[in-house]
Design a protein around this ligand. Structure first.
Ligand code: SF4
Length: 381
């Protein structure tokens, strides 16, 4: 059976962060329950198409999934187990924000079958948390980690964001120290993206705040790589670091070009080169009639597009790409089509390889976008 990941979108938040373009809705018990029922219906509708897949990862994201009652998360995962072929050793992750990590919510997640928790710490500086519109304090992150560990989570990830408005290098150094002190198993460190139309975007556009320039960004990123490596975290993707054996299997599935079923508002799916997404708006999603078709803006990827995507995503990971594997999966011989581009990337020190297998160099991790851009426009066969 082919493997697949399942993404369950629970796009509700108690408030909206200043940098976030996710159209997360305000949570209410009534709306949450209606949404859950709709999502379970979508799962039921989609399941027959996924009968030949083994689901070995499930990711509950949002939003803030821990706004839902533990009993609702249990029903959701029971639905996945009932309608899909869920592997016995599946990695099942739930995102959580620090303020909603409580003994009740974490015990409920464990009882429902969740075995990995990803907590959005984002910063340990009060002023940055306030500017980002986060509603937790730096101290609450440590409390949340302790609560999750006490509940039994032995696979715990923390998210941090860098390249924040007016961020000083010493603040970032302090963030990394405080994160390492909490001994997470996995770390995601993302550079802040200024998304069009967000309150933060307006502040940047009007000159109210300034984000670090490219040089500043690189320095902050390099500091993270160095500090995390020294603390035993291996970079296995541009923004992701893990202690050995704690790499996120769900995300590896995306980067390897695998199949995934996304359910809920804003979720995307991919199967056999066919990609489709669910509408973003929660209210519109809730209004869909019973038996609705779960796909909007569907797109059939050509073999060439699939090969490109596998190369671009693969070259953001430490394991890199194997051109024979890509050819076996897509029929496209990148060794022939992209020989010049790959050679140029090797010559410029961004990737290293032997003609068949390629992976990013430390410089290539830093300039991952340049690697992607070089492969984005390949000549015709
Ligand atoms: S908690 Fe996450 S999804 Fe919700 S508004 Fe903040 S950044 Fe967006």
């Amino acid at each position: 059976m082919t493997r697949a990941g399942v993404y369950l979108s629970l796009p509700f938040c108690p408030s909206h962060c200043a940098y976030c373009s996710n159209p997360a809705a305000r949570f209410s018990a009534e709306k949450g329950e209606a949404y859950l029922l709709r999502l379970l219906r979508e799962l039921e509708t989609a399941a027959p198409d996924w009968a030949a897949h083994t689901v070995d990862t499930v990711y509950i994201g949002g939003g803030t999934p821990t706004l839902f009652a533990p009993e609702q998360i249990r029903r959701l995962l029971e639905g996945v187990a009932r309608h899909l072929n869920l592997a016995a050793d599946a990695e099942i992750t739930s995102e959580a924000n620090p303020e909603s990590v409580t003994p009740t919510s974490t015990a409920g997640l464990i009882a429902a079958g969740v075995n990995r928790i990803s907590i959005g710490a984002q910063s340990f500086q009060e002023r940055h948390l306030l500017a980002l519109g986060r509603i937790h304090t730096p101290e609450r992150v440590a409390t949340a980690v302790q609560i999750a560990r006490d509940a039994g989570f032995s696979n715990l990830s923390l998210d941090l964001i860098f390249s924040l408005p007016d961020q000083r290098p010493e603040e970032w150094a302090d963030d990394l120290s405080r994160l390492i002190d909490l001994r997470p198993d996995h770390v995601s460190a993302y550079g802040l993206a200024i998304e069009n139309g967000t309150p933060l975007w307006v502040q940047v556009q009007t000159g109210k705040v300034r984000v670090p320039d490219a040089e500043g960004y690189d320095a902050l990123y390099s500091a993270a790589v160095e500090r995390l490596a020294a603390a035993g975290y291996r970079r296995y993707e541009v923004s992701n670091f893990a202690r050995p054996g704690f790499e996120c299997r769900h995300n590896l599935g995306y980067w390897r070009g695998g199949d995934y079923l996304g359910l809920g508002a804003g979720a995307a799916s991919h199967r056999d080169g066919y990609r489709y997404g669910q509408m973003d708006d929660v209210n519109a999603y809730l209004k869909q009639p019973p038996g609705f078709q779960p796909s909007t803006h569907a797109e059939r990827l050509t073999p060439r597009q699939r090969a490109h995507e596998r190369a671009i995503f693969g070259l953001r990971t430490a394991e890199g790409i194997d051109l024979n594997d890509i050819q076996a999966a897509t029929g496209i011989d990148l060794a022939a089509i992209a020989a010049v581009e790959l050679e140029r990337l090797v010559a410029s020190g961004l990737i290293t390889g032997d003609g068949e297998r390629f992976r990013p160099t430390p410089r290539g991790f830093l300039f991952g976008d340049s690697v992607g851009a070089a492969l984005a426009h390949l000549p015709d066969e």
